[in-house]
Design a protein around this ligand. Structure first.
Ligand code: HXC
Length: 518
């Protein structure tokens, strides 16, 4: 090869130009905003030396019009490629805000679509790092078409490969919809925001003043909208969070989740589990204390921690095996199921089912949240999502009823007749159509009205109700639960039960797809 020749010189010139862009121009601009460059983010995400970029020298598509400035930059504002994350192949695209605000034109979109196609074909996760002002205005309809082609691929990949979105700057306009189709959204506090229309449009249309952060900052999406499931304080930790999540999940829907061989093998009884549920059945406790004592040490990884907190979802491990955990949280609104917690739970169950992750349900739920607000906003429709998701899931499903299991909530939370494979209960379980106070008021209304001491009578009847109906033994004797267990042996019980379900296979009747109540 003639290394002094014209063609080799061109090779070096292009390389230098691109290096200069990332190391000087992009670095200066992103540093000033307290953000990493598109390339630095990739370097942090992938194992050192494993990342391979493709289409680094794609050039911007020129438009017919002279409206606005088009920057002819190598790469067209997005880096795509593949590499290894903790030894496992993954694909990535990472937008470069310093090229026309990371906006998406036709070449930019074609690159993203290309890496989406590769990830799907190879059966490996795809991570999108988003830092973008949305559709590139100068390129007009070509930008919109580009977004549509990405959305289509997001949908085709859904349930086949894990798709993760990491928002590390603006995600404006079209930039929000791809993340919202993907399985998980990460955001970085203070430097990322997501909105369909920005504060200026809000001011113009509604005459309302709102800041970027108030409208679509990380904590808004983590706490209120539920769009983001993970928020970290800086970009480094956000990317570490992505790596941690990937360690629990398989590369595609044909594989099982990775098993950790060096794991907590202790199956001894844990007497502390007998002490967590208070004697007073209306007293709260933290279900995370139970989760931590059941799962492998330090293995619980919570998802959507600040959204709809009456239900907790996350991944943990049992003898190294990934398990999806859904638990009612009695500490928050008594662990009730409302609209948001039903939707949060349903989406999690769907993910686990897509990717062969067995599901453990820890139940302590007084029921669905009553009230005008909930009814008018569709608790019937949204509660049905959780019900549907549980019934539809074919992965191994085990429920442990810790305490309350009343009414519709009993049915929903993976009850035996909904398809629970093993249903256990602790002796503290209360399984019935409704709680003692409600039941006594309905069945003994006349007697209570006529009584000299209705409070005392109500108390006596409630005790009788608990003894005769609202306990785990009635359900046990009728086969609606498989076994009442000593809380101390819950971990070993679950390990053996999930092992027994390892080869579970269900032949569902052929259909195009079910019609989940969206
Ligand atoms: C072209 C864009 C752009 C865009 C930003 N830029 N957004 N160029 N198309 N969509 C350019 C700016 O012109 C500027 O160029 C550079 O990127 C940096 O932008 P700034 O505004 O200086 O940065 P900042 O102050 O940080 O503000 C970032 C921002 C703002 C909040 C994202 O740029 C903004 O509001 N952009 C428009 C967001 C938006 O409304 N997008 C929706 C598009 S419609 P110079 O040359 O000055 O550096 C859409 C519909 C698709 O996406 C629907 C599909 C379903």
């Amino acid at each position: 090869m003639d290394i002094d020749g014209k063609l080799f010189k061109k090779f070096l010139e292009r390389q230098e130009s691109l290096e200069r862009h990332h190391a000087v121009f992009a670095k200066g601009k992103q540093d000033a905003k307290g953000k990493l460059t598109a390339r630095e983010r990739i370097e942090l995400l992938f194992d050192p030396g494993t990342f391979n970029e493709i289409d680094a020298y794609s050039r911007t598509a020129f438009t017919d019009s002279n409206f606005g400035k088009i920057i002819d930059a190598y790469g067209d504002g997005v880096i795509i490629g593949h590499g290894k994350i903790t030894g496992r192949t993954a694909f990535v695209y990472s937008q470069d805000f310093t090229v026309m605000g990371g906006s998406l034109g036709s070449v930019h979109a074609t690159k993203i679509a290309k890496i989406q196609d590769m990830a799907l074909k190879m059966g490996a996760p795809i991570i999108g790092i988003i830092d973008s002002g949305g559709a590139r205005i100068q390129e007009g309809v070509a930008s919109l078409a580009g977004y549509a082609s990405i959305f289509k691929r997001n949908v085709e990949s859904s349930g086949v490969i894990p798709q993760i979105s990491v928002i590390m700057g603006p995600a404006a306009g079209g930039a929000v919809y791809s993340p919202s189709i993907t399985d998980f959204v990460f955001m970085t506090n203070n430097t990322s925001y997501m909105f369909v229309t920005g504060p200026n449009v809000v001011k113009e249309v509604l005459n309302e003043d709102v800041s970027f952060d108030e409208l679509g900052g990380a904590m808004v999406h983590m706490k209120k909208s539920g769009v983001a499931q993970f928020v970290y304080e800086d970009e480094e930790n956000t990317l570490l969070g992505v790596k941690k999540l990937l360690s629990y999940i398989p590369a595609n829907n044909l594989e099982n989740p990775p098993r950790v061989e060096m794991c907590d093998k202790n199956l001894d009884p844990e007497p502390k589990l007998r002490e967590i549920v208070p004697d007073d059945t209306n007293k709260p406790y933290d279900v995370k204390d139970i989760i931590k004592l059941i799962m492998d040490k330090d293995s619980f990884f919570e998802i959507a921690e600040y959204f709809a907190q009456s239900v907790i979802v996350g991944f943990g491990r049992l003898m190294g095996q990934t398990i999806g955990i859904l638990a009612n949280q009695p500490k928050i609104m008594a662990g009730v199921l409302d609209i948001n917690s039903s939707v949060k739970g349903a989406r999690f169950i769907r993910f686990c089912d897509c990717f062969n992750i067995p599901i453990l349900t820890l139940e302590d739920v007084p029921g669905f949240l009553p009230g005008i607000d909930q009814e008018h906003n569709g608790i019937i429709r949204h509660g049905a999502k959780l019900l549907y998701a549980y019934a539809d899931a074919t992965v191994p499903k085990i429920t442990v009823i810790i305490r309350k299991s009343y009414g519709g909530a009993y049915c929903v939370m993976n009850s035996k007749n909904l398809g629970g494979d093993f249903n256990f209960a602790w002796p503290t379980a209360e399984i019935a159509v409704m709680g003692p106070e409600g039941a006594v008021s309905i069945l003994y209304r006349k007697e209570l009205l006529e009584s000299d001491d209705p409070t005392k009578l109500k108390k006596e009847l409630a005790i009788k109700y608990r003894d005769e109906i609202a306990n785990p033994y009635v359900a046990d004797e009728k086969g609606y639960i498989d076994e009442v267990i000593d809380p101390a042996i819950t971990r070993s019980k679950l390990v053996f039960a999930f092992e027994a379900l390892e080869n579970k296979h269900i032949n569902s009747p052929a259909r195009k797809h079910g019609n989940i109540p969206l």
